[in-house]
Design a protein around this ligand. Structure first.
Ligand SMILES: [Zn+2]
Ligand SMILES: [Zn+2]
Length: 151
């Protein structure tokens, strides 16, 4: 019996136990990861594009205040987004899309991943942006510019 064969046989016999050990190990390892490592881990196995967009977002967060919600301190990058400080995201997008002649056909211009790509290509210009979690971002938008955590 070759080494590979005997390894396979060993694995067959002890499969449940080996899997249990691996699960415990993975859980412990995941629990001790930093938010950045966790997001990198979650991006693994997704498409190349998905992990690229995760990298783009992390890069942008680092340019606009760091990996932390300005309001509640959330640090998990999967919860974070870029927040227009003056609540003028819609207006700003319209202006930029107009300037680029994209208003009619390009409704999604400067939204989502396109926005992060645009920031990257333009060397992260000095815009009134801050890092906020989705909760505080949405809360601010619904509460006239102040997160409900504050008022
Ligand atoms: Zn927050
Ligand atoms: Zn908040």
């Amino acid at each position: 019996m070759s080494k590979a064969e005997s390894d396979a046989k060993y694995y067959q016999k002890h499969r449940a136990r080996i899997r249990r050990m691996q699960n415990t190990y993975n859980r412990k390892r995941y629990a001790s990861m930093t938010p950045l490592e966790k997001s990198a881990r979650l991006a693994q196995g997704h498409t190349h594009w998905a992990s690229y967009t995760v990298r783009l977002r992390i890069e942008a967060f680092e340019h606009y205040g760091g990996m932390e919600c300005f309001c509640c301190g959330e640090t998990n990058p999967l919860f974070l987004t870029l927040d227009h400080i003056n609540n003028d995201g819609g207006e700003w997008r319209k202006r930029m899309a107009n300037a680029a002649g994209q208003n009619q056909q390009g409704k999604r211009y400067l939204q989502g991943t396109n926005f992060y790509l645009w920031l990257h290509k333009n060397n992260y210009p000095a815009l009134a942006l801050q890092v906020a979690c989705y909760n505080c971002n949405l809360g601010r938008a619904r509460n006239h510019g102040v997160c409900p955590h504050v008022s």
